[in-house]
Design a protein around this ligand. Structure first.
Ligand SMILES: Cc1cc2nc3c(=O)[nH]c(=O)nc-3n(C[C@H](O)[C@H](O)[C@H](O)COP(=O)(O)OP(=O)(O)OC[C@H]3O[C@@H](n4cnc5c(N)ncnc54)[C@H](O)[C@@H]3O)c2cc1C
Length: 495
């Protein structure tokens, strides 16, 4: 009986553990198979900041979730309400109205309940003061509608998930790569074939299988094939193990591809970062304070509107803009006025590509950009800034006029030495294309029919994200659809 389970979950990130926790509420024998060895367990979810986009009527609504409450700080905290309709609107706006309406509504509507459920499972919550708030007039003002995160970031999240699974009796096997799905001969699935170094290849029978084994961002060939030229050169921000396995095996059995297969989430990532995620530094290699400064390419030219919106709504598409620049490199520039406002953990992490100079020309020479070109860009930018009050906690409308691209908010002159530059390249986070699921996480075939015994959640679900993504939605989507898939998988086994 060792190789017969009620529910087998493939993958070991946030979506997989959510599916396993949910399945275990109703099913006796739940097995989670993770391809990576234990030290690389946790998938991309391990590398995250642990930021979950959820909804709330206000600060009081989130307080009961929090692990520790600092009353004095809470009294000085301002958090504008963010309802399911706001989440849905943000998702639709950034995806150009393309997000699947059913999946998008589920995500927005379940986002609050799922974090409560996760707390019950043992996930510990905190407010993301250092990442998502600024101190203005003595108050901590949250911006970008992303306030809640797991204690210990992604590392803490995955530790808490693994502890919860152990407590509830979910069996977890690391170093077990699922190679294929066992067809039931009627268009459905009756188990998996997996491989490990110790046990070799084996068949595992299952009442239901939940695929939660990530996208194809770590497969260089698939990146070039689906995302297009140049994407083979992007650095991978997280796990090297998300190589599209789940997608390939489900498509082979007739699952329906869905969503934005040529699209992905990618960000400004330290140019010194290794080719795949760093288990120690994890998300610290990101560089997300660019709305406070300007970004230039290796020719000294600006190429994005750094202040188009809060960084939560622009960062996931700016990696692709950097990839398109000469040498796939760019420089974020700040001065002494903005330096104290930078996310300190990201900009002072060990080994970051930081340059400092007393003048813009000296900075240009240090980063290897033409001095004349950079000096002209900075002069034109400084001269184009319109009057208005700078406030990083709101879209302050302090903008440029007469330059292309504009800077639409938070435009402060770059005029106070020392000047700082940080070299960034494109870091790919995850891919948007995936499998088509229904509201219970059942994988649909090319004719739109559920494939018996097959469910999916997390990055390998298609149809939610197109072009862009509201920050913090990946973990929430994995939790919402992982939980639904886990429940439905267990239900399907019980008949
Ligand atoms: C640096 C970084 C920071 C991020 N920060 C945030 C954030 O703060 N908030 C947010 O919402 N999102 C964030 N994201 C995005 C987020 O990580 C993903 O959206 C989310 O974690 C995906 O969860 P998942 O469970 O689908 O995939 P993963 O967590 O990647 O898990 C997939 C797992 O499947 C395993 N696997 C692959 N193939 C097989 C196979 N054949 N057999 C068995 N197992 C297999 C992999 O080893 C991996 O462990 C970040 C991502 C990165 C890389």
């Amino acid at each position: 009986m060792r190789n017969r389970y009620d529910v087998v979950v493939v993958g070991g990130g946030n979506a997989a553990f959510c599916a396993a926790h949910a399945a275990r509420e109703h099913a006796e024998r739940v097995l989670l198979l993770e391809k990576a060895p234990k030290e690389w367990g946790g998938g991309n979810s391990y590398f995250t900041a642990g930021a979950f986009r959820t909804t709330y009527a206000g600060l009081d609504d989130l307080v009961p979730l929090l692990d520790e409450v600092d009353e004095e700080r809470l009294a000085r905290t301002e958090l504008p309400p963010y309802g399911p309709e706001d989440f849905l609107e943000d998702l639709m706006r950034v995806t150009h109205g393309r997000s699947d309406k059913t999946l998008a509504s589920i995500l927005a509507n379940d986002a609050r309940e799922v974090v409560r459920w996760l707390k019950e499972k043992g996930i510990r919550w905190r407010l993301l003061y250092e990442r998502q708030s600024y101190q203005v007039e003595g108050k901590h003002r949250f911006w970008g509608n992303l306030a809640l995160g797991s204690v210990g970031g992604g590392k803490g999240l995955m530790y808490q998930h693994a502890t919860a699974a152990e407590r509830s009796g979910v069996e977890v096997r690391y170093g077990h790569a699922v190679r294929s799905l066992l067809p039931d001969g009627e268009g459905g699935v009756r188990g998996v074939v997996c491989r490990s170094d110790d046990e070799g290849e084996q068949e595992i029978e299952a009442g239901a299988v939940v695929l939660a084994c990530g996208g194809f961002e770590s497969d260089v060939r698939m990146r070039a094939q689906y995302l297009g030229p140049g994407w083979d050169l992007a650095k991978v921000r997280g796990t090297p193990y998300n190589t599209g396995d789940g997608l390939e095996m489900a498509l082979k059995l007739g699952a329906q591809p869905y969503g934005h297969w040529s699209g992905c989430h990618s960000v400004a990532w330290d140019a010194n970062a290794p080719e795949v995620g760093d288990l120690e530094l994890t998300n610290l290699l990101t560089k997300q304070s660019y709305p406070l400064g300007i970004v230039v390419n290796a020719e000294g030219r600006r190429f994005i509107d750094e202040g188009a919106d809060f960084r939560n709504y622009t960062y996931a598409r700016y990696g692709a803009e950097i990839l398109r620049q000469p040498g796939a490199i760019a420089y974020q520039l700040f001065d002494a006025k903005t330096e104290p406002l930078l996310r300190q953990d990201e900009y002072t992490a060990p080994g970051v590509s930081r340059y400092e100079a007393r003048s813009v020309r000296e900075l240009a020479s240090k980063i290897g950009v033409d001095e004349e070109a950079l000096a002209r860009t900075v002069e034109e930018y400084n001269a184009s800034i319109q009057p208005g009050e700078f406030n990083p906690a709101v879209k302050d409308g302090k903008r440029t006029r007469g330059i292309i691209p504009p800077k639409s908010n938070w435009a402060l002159p770059l005029d106070t030495p020392p000047y700082l530059a940080f070299a960034v390249t494109c870091g790919i986070t995850f891919t948007f294309g995936g499998l088509r699921i229904d509201e219970d996480g059942r994988v649909l075939d090319r004719g739109g029919r559920p494939m018996a015994g097959l469910f999916a959640a997390g990055e390998l679900v298609g149809g939610l994200f197109y072009h862009n993504y509201p920050g913090g939605s990946g973990l929430t989507a994995g939790a919402v659809f992982g939980r639904r898939a886990g429940y439905a998988a267990a239900r399907s086994v019980r008949g």
